[in-house]
Design a protein around this ligand. Structure first.
Ligand code: SF4
Length: 399
């Protein structure tokens, strides 16, 4: 059976991101440009140079590759996984002096928090940030908490932040008795938070950051809440755009953030693939909108999607709504199944894609030469409180 994957390219939408990884934007999660002398992308020896540098470093380095990374980078990863799995893998390698994190900035921060002080975490391109993480800045979140306090609901609210957030937001969550969650354990984390704040059926509330869709989908699809139980706190509006009455009545206070990749999938995409591929099973990530999740057959994290395709019957047809690098790799790994991309336009994560072979070669060769470049170091106080929130997540059942 032929593997089908529609990769028609269209021009990307205008974006506030630094598309070529140049310049400085200290207000963003990634912060700074890559200052390195990078090898040319056209260098025919790049693969050989990466191989030689990797070999020279041996066990002193451990290379992590997120599922959304390019193939040319994944080829050099010692382990692949989602952000949480990778952070734990890093923590399980105390002998590695250097953790080279091929992913985005918040992931490297989590690895720095979970590894020892002797280990150094390196992000090959400092411009590899996450637009979702950038949507919740610490000053905005602190102001939001003041709004909740003034409305008299903060003492009934437990903050929960998705892994896809800055270390400062994780630290805020730890300071206020909350937890971190992943897309795999969001239901367990929310049940814990509601128990702590007054019970799922009681008066307690959760402030969920930064992805409104994961929060809404989990509350509605897993906890049986209604859409009316959820309100969206917009940090760009006075008091989040909410009245005291709305805050008082809400159960889920959702931060106005989203993933620029998963937010692109639409119900029309689902309808079109069902028309084009009879019998197709549509599987999407919970960062998609609630409408898309409602129209799909299955919803789950990247690890869930990988396992579901591993277990799928030969000859079965699938349409997958997550990042394109992963879907393309899965299509290649399952030539006995028909795997379609849910969107008809290309949907790479532009910031994940910033890590490429020239950046990886530069980072590895610098380490071989004794220069640690692009080290990610989380402020000690933030690291402590973020660790408190991460440890709370690790104490939840099912991890
Ligand atoms: S896929 Fe979305 S959430 Fe993940 S790094 Fe890219 S923008 Fe951030």
């Amino acid at each position: 059976m032929t593997t089908t994957l529609d990769t028609t390219f269209t021009e990307p939408a205008p974006s506030a991101l630094l598309l070529l990884g140049q310049g400085r934007d200290m207000a963003s999660e990634r912060g700074v440009e890559c200052a390195g002398e990078l090898p040319a992308p056209s260098d025919p020896d790049l693969v050989e140079r990466a191989r030689a540098a990797r070999q020279a470093l041996g066990d002193r380095a451990f290379v992590l590759g997120h599922h959304y990374q390019r193939d040319e980078v994944i080829d050099f990863a010692d382990v692949t996984g989602d952000s949480f799995k990778l952070a734990r893998e890093a923590a399980a390698r105390p002998e590695a002096e250097y953790i080279v994190f091929c992913g985005v900035h918040f992931m490297a921060e989590s690895a720095d928090i979970l590894t020892s002080d002797e280990q150094q975490v390196i992000l090959p391109d400092m411009a590899a940030g996450c637009s979702m993480a950038d949507m919740a800045e610490i000053n905005q979140v602190e102001e939001a908490w003041d709004v909740l306090t003034d409305a008299g609901v903060a003492d009934r609210t437990v903050p929960v932040t998705y892994m896809n957030s800055t270390a400062a937001i994780k630290a805020f969550t730890g300071r206020h008795g909350g937890t971190v969650c992943t897309s795999s354990n969001a239901e367990v984390a929310l049940r814990w938070a509601f128990e702590k704040s007054g019970g799922v059926d009681g008066t307690g509330k959760v402030l969920f950051m930064p992805d409104q869709h994961l929060g809404r989908n989990t509350a509605v699809e897993k906890l049986g809440m209604s859409l009316d139980d959820c309100v969206v706190f917009d940090p760009r509006k006075p008091d989040g755009g909410l009245t005291r009455e709305q805050l008082d009545a809400a159960r889920m206070i959702l931060w106005r953030g989203h993933c620029s990749v998963h937010g692109r999938f639409s119900v029309r995409n689902v309808e079109q693939v069902r028309e084009a591929v009879p019998g197709v099973t549509v599987m999407v990530h919970p960062e998609c909108t609630n409408e898309v999740v409602g129209a799909a057959d299955l919803v789950g994290s990247t690890e869930f999607i990988i396992k579901a395709l591993d277990a799928a019957e030969p000859g079965s047809s699938w349409a997958i709504g997550t990042e394109l690098n992963l879907v393309r790799r899965l299509a290649n790994a399952h030539p006995d199944k028909s795997i379609h991309y849910l969107d008809s336009t290309v949907c790479f994560c532009s910031t994940m894609n910033r890590i490429d072979l020239p950046h990886l070669v530069w980072a590895l060769e610098s380490l071989v030469a004794g220069r640690v470049v692009n080290q990610i170091v989380v402020d000690a106080d933030d690291a402590h409180w973020a660790r408190v929130a991460l440890d709370q997540m690790l104490a939840l059942p099912g991890l």
